[in-house]
Design a protein around this ligand. Structure first.
Ligand code: NAP
Length: 219
């Protein structure tokens, strides 16, 4: 496949690049101009598009001819930021025919019809909103709105809702469960395994228009 990774230079993005290359996918990585150097080790193996994901022309250039697009959504820049919804809107519009996989979090992604949040999940969301607002580092409402946009889309999307992401060796492919299930809500996933799940999702038709909540594989 030819795969665009929106957010390739981030902590998870680099694992996504490595996993795509291991699967012999052709990779286009989008990152902010200031972050191009973070992708130096891949520079001769991937195409790098430098720019902001909120810029539709950047996304148009990056996803051209791609079969799949993986998007790491962030809601930076504080209280008024609409970066996450702009990024999602651009991807949904410019890559409407591609297989789309988005990152999500169990705390800051919108729930779907029929789902309820666990107490822990509600507390995380409330606390996360408050901390982000006080420190003015992110807009959790923007994250929630971005996943709502995806759920309403008729494209072939998947939102992978992760618990805490941690560094370290692979512990195997994460398992999937219902949001709020203690298996997923009190758990963590290694970034390397989060990336493996997202890349595998590109080729898993059973995950189309699904928002799996994932957890570390049982050992
Ligand atoms: N961290 C967790 O524990 C956790 C838990 C559950 C779900 N998730 C989800 O996993 C995804 C990735 O998280 P992560 O921790 O791996 O993120 P990350 O690597 O820190 O950042 C992801 C991307 O956001 C970009 N970014 C950061 N600040 C930005 C800004 N001000 N303007 C534009 N782009 C900016 C980064 O680009 P640069 O390389 O240029 O900085 C990077 O490409 C998110 O969707 C998150 O909701 C994370």
């Amino acid at each position: 496949m030819k795969v665009a990774i929106i957010g390739a230079s981030g902590k998870s993005g680099r694992f996504l690049v490595m996993e795509c290359l291991a699967k012999r996918h052709e990779v286009v990585g989008v990152c902010r101009p200031a972050s191009v150097a973070k992708l130096a080790e891949f520079a001769d193996r991937i195409t790098i598009v430098a720019g902001h994901a909120s810029d539709r022309a950047v996304i148009r250039r990056a996803v051209k001819g791609c079969d799949g697009v993986i998007t790491i959504i962030v809601a930076p820049d504080g209280r008024g930021s609409t970066y996450a919804t702009e990024t999602v809107r651009n991807v949904l519009a410019e890559a409407a025919d591609a297989r789309l996989v988005f990152s999500g979090s169990q705390g800051a992604s919108q729930i779907r019809d029929g789902e309820t949040r666990s107490l822990r999940n509600r507390l995380e969301l409330t606390f996360g909103r408050w901390i982000a607002w006080v420190l003015n580092v992110a807009n959790i409402s923007d994250m929630l709105a971005s996943t709502e946009l995806i759920y309403a889309s008729t494209t072939r999307w998947t939102v992978v809702r992760a618990p805490w992401l941690t560094e370290g060796e692979s512990q195997g492919m994460p398992v999937t469960s219902a949001l709020g299930d203690p298996v997923v809500s009190a758990n963590e996933v290694r970034r390397v395994d989060f990336a493996k799940y997202m890349v595998a999702a590109l080729e898993d038709e059973s995950l189309v228009r699904q928002a799996p909540a994932i957890a570390r594989a049982r050992r």
